[in-house]
Design a protein around this ligand. Sequence first.
Ligand code: TLP
Length: 348
Amino acid sequence: MTTPASDFRSDTVTKPTAKMRRAMAEAEVGDDVYGEDPTVRRLEERTAEVLGHEAALFVPTGSMGNQLSLRVHARSGTEVILEGKSHIFHYEMAGMAALSGLLPRPIDAPRGRMTAEQVAAWIRPEAVYYLPRTSVLALENTHNFAGGAVMPRPVIDPLLALAKEKGLATHLDGARLWNAAAALGVPEASLAAGFDSVMTCFSKGLRAPVGSAVAGSKAFIAEARRVRKLFGGGMRQAGVIAAAALVALEDERARLPEDHARAKKLAEGLAGIRGLRIDPADVETNILMIFLEGDWGDSAGVVAKLQSRGVLAGAAGPSSFRMVTHADVGDPDVERALRAFEGIRAGR
Ligand code: TLP
């Protein structure tokens, strides 16, 4: 038997636990488009409670949760301010333009942390009638392509205060809000507070096979339910997957610090290898962005060499790549990854 690969491409690759599979098999279900699935309803109520919002809606993917939130908040022809490396801007296929007629205004910020000053400079003045109106401010916590960077309240608060003053709706892409809360040692609700909508995923570090949610006011969720149907996301006996998400929500959050510790250990090992640039101090959660210097060649080549040694990573740019820790990679996988890099470096 060949050894399975050590898969650091993403925490999305995690497989459901035995308890999740049992819960799926036994889930009580109904037609959720009629609002009759008790398991979905339980997941939505529990998610709203954990995030400290009035209501929540189960959606198939994080991308749909982000896109339908923007659709609810903004009129076609208006502008959405978001960070330049954010998932919504880079990895959702121009969804806001294609689906909702919205114009993104990306702002680059170190570690993905925009400041109120940066954002203020891009809020369009109402008096100049031929400019697009700014409608939404969207943040991401943790910030995926800033290497899992956490956004604590002192970074969030001035941004939300500005948005409120200027009448902008606020959306949080909290795909990995669980990791942010674990890293800061605070309840998720404390990081979700003050946003008009919050999207979060059960299918990443929490190991559910499928599923995300959006949370917000009852009025927001009522509209979001309509847009979910419009976008083709009205699901029927979705309790089968919601059951696994419920297990994820209750059982898996407490385990995340292990992933963070392993990411730190991997970063410390990689930082000692010549030509790999990564500062372990920047690794706050479960994501590592690694930059190649000197004679390593391009990231696609390095990713291919790693693969031939049984280690999977993902290219993030021509000379950078991403590694993500999760429940399905343990200490032996971290050791194997470090040995693979050392072997490539030494030309073995
Ligand atoms: N991220 C995936 C890829 O799409 C890059 C990953 O492997 O990390 N927001 C954030 C911050 C995300 O990282 C992701 C997925 C999403 C939204 C979208 O979630 P899905 O994949 O469920 O649509």
